[in-house]
Ligand binder design. Structure first.
Ligand code: F3S
Length: 408
């Protein structure tokens, strides 16, 4: 069935509002029709992608072409972390050609009018859609947070489509834009006693593996769970499976009061026990870890609260000679904590702040310098060994800090 367009959408498709909008509309109609979309929805924000590590030359040229055509974002648009740290890539030994390709992408998004967010946590940078609002977000952990924790509506938008949504303020209506597609399908009970920060990652990993792309309703998450806890749960479920929406019963907005199954029987049900968490933690460590030489944290990007906690753990300690500790975060968190002197103290103790970038989509640890890293991020643990061929230990933040630091 052909997509029904409003008068304004038809004008964009006919080229009355410029070449870039026309191309964007053509792409969306072409993709939307086979998906069964009958109309477009308006979106209030876009979270796009502009990292060379995933977009490669084709993506670089695609964004460059839209920019040359005069394309301009008409809704607030941010993008995932870059594949290089902008200020320190030379000092850190990145390949020049690779860095220049990332810079070209950076030029294009400036011309297109995206905000320079470079983070997978736009919701801590002011892009905070309300319950029920439609957005077009691309990064899987951000999609999970938008849908589940904020109650906004988005599919896992492909990068090529997200920029079309940014230029037009529209996206084909399918999937999770329909309230009836947002009901829970699988029942998950968490019965594991008090939950640590690491447990939320591990719960997400288990859920993603068990439910794939179904929508779980999770019973047993306490109201005291922090936004960071929920961020990790969702990021891990999105990376070990492809969960785009989950409900924590009594906690997240679409499952705060009512029945998330809306009277239907769950397709299946399982319980996460303490034994399962311990077993999964062990399974996330690779088989032959040697001596740990690097601690990485901040996948998704570390919040102000997390960096502050790290700073407390670092008090009276420094990174051991021959080891490294990298914290991935937003420019905003880094700047805020610089104003209070926290970052300077950590840097003096040997910590490196990795601002606006991401280890998974960067070539930094695949070069043989590091053999075994330690992380408290379940998403890092699921991706880094296979993406970068590195041995890995998965442990709590406290154990990670202890592994690479010493008392002074
Ligand atoms: Fe963010 Fe990169 Fe992790 S985009 S969620 S830091 S893989």
């Amino acid at each position: 069935m052909a997509l029904r367009l409003t008068a304004y959408e038809q004008e964009m498709l006919d080229g009355k509002h410029g070449e870039a909008k026309q191309l964007a509309m053509k792409i969306m109609v072409k993709i939307g029709e086979p998906l069964g979309a009958e109309e477009m929805v308006e979106v209030v924000s876009v979270q796009a992608m502009a990292h060379f590590g995933s977009l490669h030359i084709a993506g670089r040229d695609y964004l460059g072409k839209l920019a040359c055509m005069g394309g301009k974002c008409c809704v607030p648009t941010t993008q995932d972390p870059a594949s290089i740290p902008f200020d320190t890539w030379e000092e850190m030994g990145y390949d020049r050609e690779y860095a220049e390709n990332q810079m070209k992408l950076c030029d294009s998004i400036m011309k297109l009018g995206e905000y320079h967010a470079w983070s997978c946590t736009p919701y801590v940078q002011g892009s905070v859609p309300r319950l029920g609002q439609n957005v077009a977000w691309a990064e899987s952990s951000a999609v999970s947070y938008a849908n589940s924790v904020l109650g906004a509506r988005t599919n896992r938008t492909p990068a090529g489509l997200a920029i079309c949504a940014a230029l037009t303020g529209r996206i084909p209506k399918f999937g999770l834009y329909f309230p009836e597609n947002r009901k829970a399908q699988v029942k998950v009970n968490v019965d594991a006693g008090p939950l640590s920060d690491l447990d939320y990652n591990t719960i997400g990993i288990i859920i993603g593996k068990r439910v794939g792309n179904y929508i779980p309703a999770i019973y047993g998450i306490p109201q005291s769970a922090t936004n960071d806890n929920l961020k990790y749960l969702g990021a891990c479920a999105a990376s070990s499976g492809s969960v785009a929406l989950w409900h924590a019963v009594g906690v997240t907005p679409e499952a705060l009061y009512g029945d998330p199954f809306e009277g239907r029987d769950p397709l299946s049900e399982f319980t996460i026990t303490r034994e399962m968490l311990t077993e999964t933690e062990k399974s996330l460590c690779t088989k032959n870890p040697g001596e740990i030489d690097l601690y990485v944290t901040g996948c998704p990007h570390s919040s102000t609260q997390e960096v502050t906690k790290l700073a407390h753990l670092m008090e009276g300690r420094r990174v051991k000679p021959g080891k490294d500790m990298w914290i991935f975060t937003t420019a905003e968190t880094n700047n805020m904590l610089k104003r209070s002197g926290v970052i300077q103290k950590m840097e003096a103790a040997g910590v490196r702040m990795m601002v606006q970038t991401c280890l998974v989509i960067s070539p930094l640890v695949g070069n043989g310098k590091y053999k075994t890293l330690i992380t408290d991020s379940g998403k890092n643990a699921s991706y880094l060994p296979s993406e970068h061929g590195i041995e890995l230990v998965y442990a709590s933040m406290e154990d990670c800090v202890a592994a690479v630091t010493e008392a002074v």
